[in-house]
Design a protein around this ligand. Structure first.
Ligand SMILES: Nc1ncnc2c1ncn2[C@@H]1O[C@H](COP(=O)(O)OP(=O)(O)OP(=O)(O)O)[C@@H](O)[C@H]1O
Length: 794
């Protein structure tokens, strides 16, 4: 986090306080800017035509921007060390940087304002490749993307002793890569996915797997502190390199260091998440190259990078995030909306058909906003491709750290969450919309909020979108599209005035707005249309790890990786964790997506994923399970793998399950449950799909494995069973699972192939007991894996 969050004060005070660089010239012209009058806004794809009106009324703001353009955002070949990198760099200007609506900026000033603007403009504009337009629109990044160009020469040295790489990037140079690493900026300033990382900031983990477009590290200019001359800058940068490299590699790098170089430290990234994910055979290349990148021989061979887990890319595969002109303008407008003192924080809803680039834009936007504010709120309305939570959950999160990887790399507990239970909402649109309304009540209005929506923009999906825009009194609507044919109608303020939603109909008043918000919302929103121009926009990825079901599985694995120890311990399979035991009668059990006969409910719940929810009513059973007759909308504190009765199922169902009728749809404080003492181990009975650790039906207990901390778990009194299931690889690929299966099969007298018996016998001979066999560092032969599938069939 770059800035400290201010305590709660008035809305505008809070916003000013949370902005970054308190002395920044961004806020020198601190005259209040009146809110935009949306009635004056055009319904054009961007708000470009609004700006002349805004410009007339907002002199102070525009003045700053006019001055700003003066100091050109221009890189000449002489200034840029691209020359040294043997890369052709023509002068690059950015004539299309717009204020909130597209006013072009004037040239001719050299003020500090202009330098601020110039620096910002570079950071936004250099972030990717502009695909269309004249050559003059190509950013320096784009320049080196052309096929058959020589791969860029990187000045990087690996230090064996300290196990890290020091990379020197010249102003404007970039590194587009696959892999993962920890990045610290030692000198200067770099930008990754919209987020600037400066000297003195914490290290940031970067994840660039082939499931998504690759990340790019871009060296920004203007990093020297005021008053420092070039020589001092160069000496300082060299001193930093000396400090981080031992003598041999150091010599080779020092000659490349200049006053405006960015010096970056890259370290291998070894986190519980990485260890857990790569422990699955199917995922051991998760941070490698995609098949397309391999085919196009896109890898730049560099031992200093590979030593820390990176592969630099070249040619067309090194495009990184493609920033079309409309994309850039939308980003610029949204930043302007936050930086300008509008009457309230921007409420930004991002919509578009599937794979139009919504989530990537959201991450870029959030990162860009985090350069200027301590936190950004995020409302997740997409059940399938969730950003911070497992799929099937709707949530409201406060984001304070940049998002420098895909969703499965930053799974975390949301501040507020509702468990919906399915990866789309078609089955129960009312419950979906009501759940989101319940979450919206927690939005403080003190930070900008980004609302992510589903890619379902036809029929009822479109009506739901209309409802959301109305419910949340959206101020800025970002609508992404691709190709020549529109995927749905343009969601202009005029269109919204007469559009029918699923729950709302014209003339519609904002449902959830307070008086001020209602007044402002009645004026409509600013529509920012983005035309996505990256290759494959609108088509779902078919390569490994790109399919939506695979991404959902990765998100779940990312979520459960939170169970792993932080230290460098061996990976532990899910069922090796001591489960919490929860009395059947203390928690209600519900199924979100279908009818299940009461007698079968424990079979359904067994080895399933459940939402850990908090009902307001006290749940008191009579020994047997307590079943819900309808799905409640209530807070959910996380997910757990439920391990319920199987061995003792008859005992459980002998008592008729009790139904908790008509659980109302409100938010409730929770009920306490009982939890296993920390050291209590359940006795393994027999393995069922990998997560069953054992049951004690005589005592009537569910067993749950979850990363949710015990203090929070105490509030849980309801388990909701959804359609989202545990990833298959969690159930079939874990080493200890196989051993458990074989052992149990032997114990129960099942026929086990002789090879497997040898494996088990081998362990016994080496003195292991049953418990040891479940240790994760235990290795099986292929023969044993084969036997496991045999056992499953039996
Ligand atoms: N501007 C871009 N440049 C290059 N690749 C992009 C860009 N935007 C998105 N992509 C890639 O396209 C794929 C889909 O992107 P993303 O997940 O952002 O789309 P989405 O609209 O959120 O999809 P969904 O509707 O499934 O949630 C990802 O692999 C992503 O890396």
């Amino acid at each position: 986090m770059k800035v400290h969050k201010a305590s709660s004060r008035s809305k505008n005070e809070q916003r000013n306080a949370t902005k970054r660089h308190p002395k920044s010239k961004w806020r020198v012209h601190n005259k209040r800017i009146r809110s935009l009058d949306p009635s004056q806004l055009t319904s054009s794809p961007t708000v470009a035509k609004v700006v002349p009106q805004l410009a007339n009324r907002q002199k102070s703001k525009l003045k700053r921007l006019q001055k700003a353009h003066a100091k050109a955002v221009t890189l000449s070949p002489e200034e840029s060390n691209f020359v040294r990198a043997k890369v052709r760099v023509p002068p690059v200007t950015f004539p299309h940087v717009h204020t909130n609506g597209g006013t072009e900026l004037e040239t001719g000033s050299d003020s500090e304002d202009s330098r601020d603007w110039s620096s910002y403009a570079k950071s936004v504009l250099q972030n990717g490749l502009e695909m269309k337009g004249g050559e003059e629109d190509l950013t320096p990044v784009a320049r080196v993307q052309l096929e058959d160009e020589e791969p860029p020469e990187y000045h990087a040295q690996y230090d064996h002793v300290q196990n890290h790489t020091v990379l020197v990037l010249q102003q404007g140079q970039f590194l587009c890569f696959r892999g993962k690493c920890l990045l610290t900026c030692l000198s200067g300033r770099v930008e990754v996915m919209g987020f600037t990382i400066e000297q003195g900031q914490q290290p940031y983990p970067l994840f660039s797997p082939p499931s998504h477009c690759p990340l790019t590290i871009i060296a920004l200019g203007d990093c020297a502190p005021p008053g420092r001359n070039r020589k001092e800058g160069r000496l300082e940068a060299k001193a930093i390199v000396r400090k981080h490299l031992s003598s041999e590699p150091r010599k080779r790098l020092l000659s490349e260091v200049d006053s405006d170089s960015c010096v970056v430290l890259l370290q291998p990234l070894d986190t519980p998440l990485v260890r857990f994910l790569t422990s699955f055979g199917e995922l051991d290349h998760l941070f490698g190259l995609s098949s397309k990148e391999l085919r196009s021989q896109a890898a730049v061979h560099n031992t200093a990078f590979s030593a820390v887990g990176l592969t630099a890319l070249r040619g067309l595969c090194a495009r990184g995030l493609v920033v079309s002109r409309s994309y850039r303008e939308a980003l610029s407008s949204l930043l302007n909306a936050w930086e300008g003192d509008f009457d309230r924080c921007p409420i930004i809803l991002v919509c578009g058909a599937k794979n139009s680039g919504k989530s990537s834009f959201n991450r870029h936007l959030i990162n860009t906003l985090l350069n200027h504010t301590a936190s950004v709120e995020y409302l997740e309305c997409d059940l399938g491709q969730t950003e911070f939570t497992p799929p099937g959950c709707l949530s409201l999160s406060t984001v304070t750290e940049p998002l420098l990887g895909p969703p499965f790399t930053h799974q975390r507990e949301a501040e507020h969450m509702v468990f919906y239970g399915q990866s789309d909402c078609q089955a129960d649109l009312d419950r979906y919309l009501d759940s989101l309304k319940s979450l919206w009540r927690y939005y403080s209005g003190e930070s900008p909020i980004v609302i992510n929506t589903m890619g379902w923009v036809k029929g009822h999906g479109f009506q739901v979108l209309v409802d959301l825009i109305r419910f949340f009194s959206v101020t800025h609507l970002v609508q992404l599209s691709y190709g020549d044919a529109p995927q749905c109608a343009n969601l202009t303020p005029e269109f919204l005035r007469s559009a029918h939603g699923f729950q709302t109909h014209p003339p519609a008043q904002p449902v959830l707005a307070d008086e001020l918000d209602g007044h402002l919302a009645s004026r409509g929103h600013v529509l920012l249309s983005i035309h996505s121009e990256f290759e494959g926009a609108g088509t779902s990825g078919e390569m490994r790890h790109q399919r939506s079901n695979e991404l959902r599985d990765l998100a779940l694995l990312g979520y459960f990786s939170q169970l792993q120890s932080a230290g460098p311990c061996p990976v532990r399979p899910l069922h090796c964790f001591t489960p919490y035991q929860v009395p059947l009668s203390a928690v209600a059990l519900g199924v979100t997506h279908c009818e299940v006969a009461p007698d079968h409910i424990l079979y359904a719940a067994n080895a399933s994923l459940v939402g850990l929810c908090c009902l307001g009513e006290k749940v008191v059973g009579r020994g047997g399970p307590v079943l819900l007759s309808q799905t409640p909308i209530c807070p959910c504190v996380g997910l757990g793998a439920s391990v319920s009765a199987l061995k003792g199922r008859n005992a459980a169902t002998r008592k008729r399950p009790r139904t908790l009728a008509k659980t109302s749809r409100r938010n409730f404080p929770g009920l306490r449950n009982k939890e296993t003492p920390a050291n209590a181990h359940c006795i393994p009975s027999f393995p069922v799909q990998g997560v069953l650790r054992g049951v004690d039906m005589a005592r009537g207990l569910y067993f749950l494995v979850t990363p949710v901390p015990p203090a929070v778990l105490r509030q849980v009194n309801c388990l909701l069973l959804g359609e989202v299931t545990l990833p298959k690889m969690l159930l079939t690929m874990q080493l200890a699972t196989i051993v458990d299966a074989l052992l149990a099969a032997c114990l129960e007298g099942l026929e086990v192939p002789t090879q497997s018996c040898r494996v088990i016998a081998g362990c016994r001979e080496s003195g292991s007991d049953n418990e040891d066999l479940r240790q994760p560092d235990y290795r099986l032969t292929d023969a044993a894996s084969l036997s496991f599938s045999f056992l499953l069939r039996k």
